[in-house]
Design a protein around this ligand. Structure first.
Ligand code: ADP
Ligand code: ZN
Ligand code: ZN
Length: 696
């Protein structure tokens, strides 16, 4: 019998308990921290991670600890730094350690026993070593670097030699060759015997990037990690990284938790992108965790973007991050000329002009000379609402505080929040009027209208493709549609912001934003930042081929052509935009000059949700102020009701991150009790805290 000792094991304790810390079990002395185990929890048997090996159990203790049932000893334990990353995540985002640990491990690991794991590992070794070490294909050689690229790389290696783990902001306009910097930095890490982790915001962008890395690093092992992998693919990638067999890991936000024993470089591409923020469970920012992880692992962190987040930008200004820039496109291609169409001066058309006459002309001209155009609108479906002109009826969702969207293709009204779908009524449900009409427009309607208006030189209709969440639902359909665009089978590509990101289109010379104004006056303080990034990104799709760059244009239809945001866009002047935004944020005490958290509550009634938040506020009275944290009044969330659940939120603000952290750690455990103790009050369904929320 192996000697017994007490171990602290992180398990995913059931929700609504206050226990977030690892639990004590008895186990084999030889089980080091980081070992995956199975343990009894209540009546169940669950997966866990040995967090620390304790001393021999104290015989005087009254509690009888349970024994570890099974251990995956064939697998090397998770590295200490990985445990530290998880522990930090749990404490920063106010979740349980076990909850975080188990949610970021591949789900298959919870199911397999040691024998099965040993088999998988053996199979993986065999498969990977069967690959000839000398590649069949000669690795693609790097292009001759531009001067700017050379400068960036030499500053990067200088920084890495001076600091153990520098955080670097790489501000490079679209097409400036940032990816080449990632490739070179990765090559350097690999040459030093280390692993590199490359994060991208969207799954759609992984195949493209994977192809570029695979070309450059033939003979090296590259794995991808994102949520579209099957469970067994995900396990395979994870094992390859954990065992140190994979040199490169490419993935979306969850890959920030890949176990990598020799991590030397973390790249966060498009670091400003909101998909880096997890929106449920532990609401972590993979970008922020990447920075923390870099420090833990002694790895360089490279944050790349044409439009850095204002948080990152401000830190670079303060000298906390090294700031490197690629100010010009490769081949000195010009950035698209920005043209603002003042919609106040355009003829009024019944139902609202979709495409102004000058933009229509420009599109027709592009078609005539064989160029492609991209037209985007951030709204899918045919029209955002159906409306009865007689009685004022609108297509509200019965379960949410939003309108249901009219989809013409299948003649349905669909709620984009709860999914509630019905056939379009023949007549107004309230007054029987037969003439109910769509109001506003989505991509479906835009596509239809463009098809009517645009012609090819031979008089046939223009070839229009639409890419949005609806048109790409079927597996492989996105690739097919993108393929058609690349092959030149499409004249005009219509879509949501899905088409504005990352894609390397070579024949597009005109990009148009049809109706971007809404974000200018949004109550969300980050809306302008997102809009500016989106428009810069979108503009970056035009003229990527240097030969066409001269005639590339970005069109923006707006009712507010004087707005400072558009002026900065016109000059491609991110610095000016960032400076004005940061001034506003500083005056208003908003991030990055303060730290926010949101407490959200959900209940069947708004009163119950509000009651809980008010009680939470009362608990904090006095203490919050002493801690330097301001609590605001509970308010409904921007979409107050979804699927018959009412949602309220309470904003917390503090000038100091540490104060906010200390306060939350003191306050939240009490809320668990408060929730239980609210007998006599209507129960709430859920509550959760969002630290550093993206939208408020
Ligand atoms: P970004 O990521 O900044 O938008 P990319 O890295 O995709 O830019 O580079 C834009 C294009 O320029 C790509 O087609 C890339 O292959 C090419 N490119 C990058 N660096 C060089 C270089 N030094 N010489 C020639 N072409 C380059
Ligand atoms: Zn009516
Ligand atoms: Zn709904």
């Amino acid at each position: 019998m192996p000697e017994s000792t007490s171990l602290r094991v992180a398990v995913d304790t059931p929700a609504h308990t206050t226990v977030g810390e690892p639990l004590t079990y008895l186990g084999d002395v030889a089980l080091p921290a980081g070992t995956l185990v199975r343990v009894p929890l209540g009546r169940r048997e669950v997966a866990g991670v040995v967090w620390s090996a304790g001393e021999a159990p104290d015989p005087a203790m009254e509690v009888e600890f349970k024994h570890v049932l099974h251990a995956l000893t064939s697998l090397p334990p998770l590295p200490q730094r990985w445990l530290e990353l998880v522990e930090f995540t749990a404490s920063y985002y106010q979740r349980g350690i076990g909850e975080v640990a188990l949610s970021v491990l591949p789900p298959e690991l919870r199911k397999l026993d040691d024998g099965q794991v040993r088999q998988r590992v053996a199979r993986l070794h065999k498969a990977l070593t069967a690959v000839p070490a000398a590649p069949d294909v000669a690795p693609q050689t790097a292009p001759t670097l531009s001067e700017a690229q050379q400068r960036v790389l030499s500053e990067l290696s200088q920084a890495a030699s001076q600091a153990v783990a520098p955080t670097v902001m790489l501000h490079g306009i679209t097409g400036s060759g940032k990816t080449e910097i990632y490739l070179q930095a990765a090559a350097k890490a690999l040459a030093a015997g280390r692993q590199a982790l490359v994060l991208v915001p969207e799954i759609n962008l992984t195949p493209q990037l994977e192809a570029r890395f695979a070309e450059r690093f033939a003979g090296r092992r590259i794995v991808s990690m994102h949520s579209a992998l099957t469970p067994s693919q995900r396990l395979r990638s994870w094992l390859a990284a954990h065992l140190g067999l994979a040199d490169l890991v490419l993935g979306t936000r969850l890959a920030v938790f890949a176990s990598m024993p020799r991590l030397g470089l973390i790249v966060v591409d498009e670091e400003h992108d909101s998909s880096y923020k997890q929106q449920e469970g532990a609401r972590y920012s993979a970008r922020d965790l990447a920075i923390y992880r870099g420090k833990l692992e002694g790895a360089t962190v490279l944050l790349g973007s044409a439009t850095p987040s204002l948080e990152t930008w401000q830190r670079a200004q303060e000298g906390r991050y090294l700031r490197l820039s690629l100010p010009a496109r490769i081949g000195d291609g010009a950035l698209p000329r920005v043209r603002l169409v003042d919609m106040n001066l355009q003829p009024r058309v019944k139902g609202g002009a979709v495409i102004s006459p000058p933009l229509l002309d420009a599109l027709n001209q592009r078609i005539a000379c064989g160029d492609q155009s991209l037209v985007f609108l951030n709204r899918r479906g045919y029209a955002p609402v159906l409306h009865c002109g007689d009685c004022g009826w609108k297509s509200a969702c019965a379960h949410c505080s939003v309108w249901r969207v009219f989809h013409k293709l299948d003649r349905t009204l669909r709620c984009h929040h709860c999914g509630y779908t019905e056939r379009v009524p023949r007549a107004c449900p309230d007054c029987g009027n037969l003439d109910i009409a769509p109001m506003g427009r989505g991509t479906e309607r835009l596509e239809e209208q463009l098809a009517e208006l645009l012609k090819r030189p031979d008089g046939t209709p223009a070839r229009i493709a639409r890419i949005d969440a609806d048109s790409t639902r079927a597996r492989g359909s996105l690739e097919m549609q993108l393929g058609a665009v690349h092959a030149g089978e499409v004249d005009v590509l219509v879509g949501t912001q899905m088409i504005t990101k990352g894609h390397d289109f070579r024949r597009i010379t005109l990009v148009a934003a049809v109706n971007p104004d809404a974000s200018l006056f949004s109550s969300d303080f980050r809306a302008p930042e997102r809009l500016f990034a989106l428009l810069m990104q979108a503009g970056g799709r035009a003229g990527r081929d240097a030969a066409q760059a001269e005639r590339s244009e970005m069109w923006v239809q707006t009712w507010h052509p004087q707005h400072a945001l558009y002026a900065a866009l016109r000059g491609h002047d991110f610095d000016a935009f960032a400076a004005t935004q940061l001034d506003e944020r500083r005056m208003a005490g908003l991030p990055p000059f303060s730290h926010l958290a949101l407490l959200r509550a959900e209940a069947k009634t708004a009163e119950a949700a509000r009651g809980f938040l008010q009680a939470a506020s009362r608990l904090a009275e006095g203490d919050a102020e002493a801690a330097g944290v301001t609590l605001y009044q509970p308010v409904p969330t921007p979409i107050a009701r979804v699927a018959d659940v009412e949602r309220m939120q309470l904003l917390l603000e503090s000038p100091s991150r540490q104060s906010m952290q200390r306060f939350l750690a003191w306050w939240l455990p009490q809320l668990h009790h408060e929730r239980q103790a609210r007998a006599g009050h209507e129960r709430i369904l859920r509550w959760a805290v969002d630290v550093d929320p993206l939208a408020i």
